[in-house]
Design a protein around this ligand. Structure first.
Ligand SMILES: [Zn+2]
Ligand SMILES: [Zn+2]
Length: 205
């Protein structure tokens, strides 16, 4: 079962997208946990950037999360944000996908090719580990590209079938309202992920 389903009631009030000092975030796992406790945010997910050739110690990252679980009265999820590759592969070692609670996927570097974008997105949803499509549409906005409504619907239907959540991402201000409306129609859950990079980005709803 996808991890988000276990905490369904917290999709809108947890913070499901956080980066730490292990990559480009500014704070430690402990500092985020303290801030979440102070604010009353009940669940936080550490979705660290990953690549197939990792340049930091992912086991140390997981150990820090374990330690925080002993210290704080919070739901603390381990996670990763994996880049979607052309064809639908994910830029992450397979063992990390299996190990973490909450893998999310997103487009960062990718060819400007809408057909390949849709094909790769739908293909990566077949991975049983993938929980959420992060900052949906942000890549397209960067290049002034847009999906047709029929394409959005095709993606959402696939997400509903595979139990994939759609992230509402404050940093990139995506997805657009139409996507949110269509997600409701096709029963795709929305999860709050603010792409937090510093404790100041943490907030209640
Ligand atoms: Zn991202
Ligand atoms: Zn991110």
């Amino acid at each position: 079962m996808k991890t988000w389903k276990r905490y369904r009631e917290l999709l809108g009030v947890g913070e499901w997208h956080i980066h730490t000092r292990y990559t480009d975030g500014h704070n430690t796992i402990e500092e985020y946990c303290q801030k979440a406790t102070d604010l009353g945010v009940p669940l936080i997910a550490f979705t660290e950037h990953v690549r197939r050739d990792l340049d930091y110690d992912f086991n140390a990252f997981l150990a820090d999360i374990e330690e925080a679980r002993d210290t704080f009265d919070l739901i603390i999820l381990s996670g990763c944000e994996a880049g979607i590759l052309p064809g639908g592969g994910l830029n992450v070692p397979e063992w990390i996908l299996r190990e973490v609670d909450y893998p999310i996927v997103s487009f960062h570097a990718f060819p400007c090719d809408i057909k390949l974008y849709i094909h790769s997105l739908i293909a990566c949803f077949r991975s049983a580990h993938v929980n959420t499509w992060a900052h949906p549409g942000a890549f397209l906005n960067r290049f002034n590209l847009a999906l047709m409504e029929s394409e959005i619907v095709a993606i959402l239907k696939e997400m509903a079938k595979r139990d994939i959540a759609l992230e509402s991402n404050r940093k990139y201000a995506v997805p657009e309202d139409l996507w949110i409306e269509l997600a409701a129609r096709y029963c795709v859950p929305i999860v709050r992920g603010s792409d937090v990079h510093t404790v100041e980005d943490l907030s209640t709803v």
